[in-house]
Design a protein around this ligand. Structure first.
Ligand SMILES: Nc1ncnc2c1ncn2[C@@H]1O[C@H](COP(=O)(O)OP(=O)(O)OP(=O)(O)O)[C@@H](O)[C@H]1O
Ligand SMILES: [Mg+2]
Length: 607
């Protein structure tokens, strides 16, 4: 994801093209009228030398005694969808194993099956060589499996140690022994967790470490992390990877899901790729490039944010002046969360906000959306003062909103897709005519969004909860772009979407930008921030402390300012910038740092 990770990427590239046919799912998991089939038989099937193939009869083969996990022939059907079809996965003990694949490929479903949250329709699970059947997560936990979900599940108003012990009281009690155990685990794996801190005071990276600790506390030796890096900034990703290496050296096996190719290459010992519910193949991180991985996943080339003509005009669209918000915490102490914030966005301009999560970004967005009362300052859109307006009025005035937490603010999870299409836009066409809702038109328009934004779903009557994470995100973006907003507030717009969908979303935003859309972009993905923005400002502890020109700044320098270690106008050294842009443009010529490659760094090779 960041330049650093990619520079640490593989030095040598070798790929062997295996000509054999790849498994084809019996039924496609989405409507057949859609012509979105990947270019079959063109992928580079890269097989790692390590995983031992199963025997013909599907039982684990001899020589897999060291396999922590063996999944064989896993099939899972949902109404209208085959989420997993005949999936095989071997994970060796004490390794970090990455699971990759496009949105809706079936990764989370497979991991929920391994964690006992869902029962497979067919297939077998073996843990450390022993066949197992899991009916509940409790069964999986008792076999040493733990899972950290993408949406954290901690109780905010409790302390770290209370959260860790909650539900596991029988293990080490609830007193000094439990606290000592937490300290011990934290030290053993270098997690640096403070048992007495309140969870609500922790940033995302710390919360994630608490989740990991909670799972280890229950004795997990096999750790599943579903998109752990999506919410982290580069420095935090590096720290997480250090933790994972530590865990590995202590004999823990880690399976993690990620869409970030460079990260996977930097930390994984093995990679398995799933496409359309079935295993496409394994890749050796030492012998594959990010570009080849992207092709395996989505059957398309890796997108790279390209430099382009500026569309920035001189017409002001958003004017935020002297914004101030203070919050009073439980002890009655006032904390200033936004201080003296002034910014302007013109028609056709994308203003990117860089910052470590929890430095005021959420409050800035909520202040502009009218979800938080201001203690000072004004918000003006297209010449109209909205400072006192309700959220709905602001939306009707032309603000589109892609929220940070799609489950909390973006979707009604238990409602069908077409009702979700109406959400937040009840009074606007095509959802309503005059004062009456028009469900027929809303349904029709939902289909349009599904097509245009490639939302993989068997229909529009299914609930939002049944969509995969990335597809939920695509639906929200489609909806928010559908009302020709004047201003789009986009918080992590491509969080959790695969590289192919990411490129499509970027393109949708750029097309609208050319037509005059102003965008406030908040993103933890610094490549996205640098690639899309016309201007970047850095937020730190509620203040805008630095600014940078995306054409002349690197992810590292931005990262430094985000931690408060630099301020003012950021200038990166020219060589670093050039190198960074090379990496962006090439997708993955990480090998350029590490000497010559032997073969097949050309993605076309062997096709
Ligand atoms: N509870 C459910 N009910 C119905 N369909 C489901 C359910 N859970 C998953 N699916 C479907 O199964 C398929 C696989 O979903 P899954 O969440 O495993 O994808 P994923 O690979 O994790 O994708 P992403 O990268 O977007 O998170 C999708 O088509 C999804 O719509
Ligand atoms: Mg998922």
């Amino acid at each position: 994801m960041n330049g650093k990770a990619s520079r640490e990427g593989p030095g040598r590239v070798r790929s062997t093209r295996t000509p054999g046919p790849r498994p084809v799912p019996l039924s496609s998991p989405w409507p057949s009228q859609r012509n979105d089939a990947p270019p079959d038989h063109q992928e580079i099937a890269i097989t790692a030398s390590d995983p031992v193939p199963p025997r013909e009869d599907g039982t684990p083969s001899a020589g897999t005694a060291t396999s922590a996990v063996e999944l064989r022939g896993i099939t899972k059907r949902f109404p209208g969808v085959v989420a997993n079809h005949d999936i095989n996965l071997t994970v060796r003990s004490g390794t970090v194993h990455a699971l990759m694949g496009e949105n809706g490929a079936g990764k989370s479903t497979l991991m929920k099956i391994l964690y006992g949250m869902q029962k497979p329709d067919e297939g077998t699970i073996a843990i450390n060589g022993e066949p197992c059947e899991f009916n509940t997560p409790g069964d999986a936990i008792s076999r040493g499996i733990g899972m950290v979900h993408q949406h954290f599940m901690l109780a905010d108003n409790l302390t770290v140690w209370e959260n860790v012990v909650l539900g596991g009281e029988k293990l080490h009690g609830i007193g000094a022994k439990a606290k000592a155990k937490i300290k011990e685990i934290s030290d053993q794996y270098g997690l640096g967790v403070r048992p007495d801190a309140l969870v609500e005071d922790l940033g995302v990276a710390d919360r994630q470490r608490v989740e990991i600790l909670k799972v280890l506390y229950r004795g997990a030796k096999i750790l599943i992390l579903d998109e752990p890096t999506a919410v982290l900034v580069p420095q935090e990703v590096d720290a997480l990877f250090d933790n994972l290496r530590e865990l590995k050296s202590e004999g823990v096996t880690v399976i993690f899901i990620s869409h970030k190719l460079h990260e996977v290459l930097a930390v994984a010992d093995a990679i398995s790729v799933i496409r359309r519910g079935t295993t496409v193949g394994d890749a050796d991180p030492k012998a594959v490039t990010a570009r080849q991985l992207a092709e395996m996943m989505v059957g398309a080339e890796l997108p790279s944010p390209e430099s382009r003509e500026s569309t920035v005009t001189t017409t002001e669209m958003l004017d935020v002046k002297d914004l101030r918000i203070a919050k009073t915490d439980a002890e009655g102490i006032e904390r200033v969360v936004l201080d003296d914030i002034s910014l302007r966005i013109h028609k056709g301009e994308i203003l990117g906000i860089a910052g470590v999560e929890g430095n005021g970004q959420a409050e800035l967005v909520e202040a502009i959306m009218g979800m938080l009362p201001l203690d000072g300052g004004t918000v003006t859109l297209d010449g109209k003062d909205l400072s006192g307006s309700l959220t709905r009025a602001r939306r009707e005035a032309g603000i589109g909103y892609i929220p940070e937490d799609r489950h909390k603010h973006g979707l009604l999870l238990e409602a069908p897709l077409w009702e979700n299409r109406i959400l937040g836009h009840v009074t606007e066409a095509p959802n309503s005519k005059g004062v009456l809702l028009d469900p027929g038109a809303a349904r029709k328009d939902t289909w349009r969004i599904v097509e245009a934004y490639d939302v993989r779903t068997p229909g529009i009557e299914v609930t939002a909860a049944s969509l995969s994470g990335g597809n939920q995100q695509k639906l929200i973006i489609g909806r928010e772009m559908s009302h020709q907003p004047k201003l789009l507030i986009a918080a992590h717009p491509t969080r959790g979407v695969d590289v192919g969908a990411q490129a499509q979303i970027w393109e949708h935003i750029r097309v609208a930008q050319r037509a005059g859309l102003a965008v406030l972009l908040i993103s933890a993905d610094l490549d996205e921030l640098i690639g899309l923005s016309d201007t970047i400002r850095v937020i730190y502890r509620g203040r805008l402390v630095a600014d940078a020109d995306p054409a002349t700044v690197t992810a590292e320098d931005l990262g430094t300012a985000m931690t408060g270690a630099a301020s003012g106008h950021l200038e990166s050294d020219a060589e670093a910038v050039e190198h960074f842009h090379e990496i962006l443009a090439e997708g993955t010529e990480a090998e350029s740092d590490a000497g010559p490659t032997d073969t097949a760094d050309d993605p076309q090779a062997g096709e």
